[in-house]
Design a protein around this ligand. Sequence first.
Ligand SMILES: [Zn+2]
Length: 255
Amino acid sequence: MLIDSHAHLDMPQFDDDREEVIERSDYGGLDHILTVGTDLDSSLAAVKLAQQYNIVYAAVGYHPHNAQECDLRDLDRLAQVTSEPKVVAWGEIGLDFFRRLSPPEEQLRIFSHQLEMANDLNLPVIIHDREAHKDVFAILKKLGKGEKRGVIHCFSGDIDLARDFIELGYYISIPGTVTYKKASRVKEVACDIPLERMLVETDAPFLAPVPKRGKRNEPLFVTYTAMEIARIRNIEFEEVARFTAQNAKDLFILK
Ligand SMILES: [Zn+2]
């Protein structure tokens, strides 16, 4: 029992062997993969993959990198496809002040708009927060507390910030970087947050965990991430797998 809560199966890195990658995950023991959209086309591709493969679910949204190209009509189109039964979340959305591929004010505008839409649609959100901790936290705080509001994907903050997000009703998703030797901050977070609030993810095709570091990542490699979390916490792998899978099922209402 294991769920990759964040992958980008629509990306061109999978064009040659997408089907094999998905089948490998299935045979390898994954319950589900959530494939996450980053703009209109990739979100529609994600929905298609979810229709095509049993194991795959989809999230739709506009990534902060693409905020500049986002038309509000695109968001309405995405809102329409959320009526598909396997579209289970809105994302990924958020702020990226590290790469700043879209101007910060555009990112803020599109992020806020999508948060409202997700709220109206009663969907959990998948949050991208890179070098924008203060702003993301302030915006989510203004939206108010909930029980299962969403997930902070690829969490890169410290343990205090993780606790603050959990307090607001968010889950913390631990990526493959937790397997990197020097990643002491994410290791500390993976050790200290309650298992009841933890998800695991690959962010495939990016961020492959050790021993696949540097290669293309794929959903099955989330196994290495869960193994490392078990090692850090000194518990069984099965416990990490079971808790994080159950959390993903609860948050995204997966069957
Ligand atoms: Zn992502």
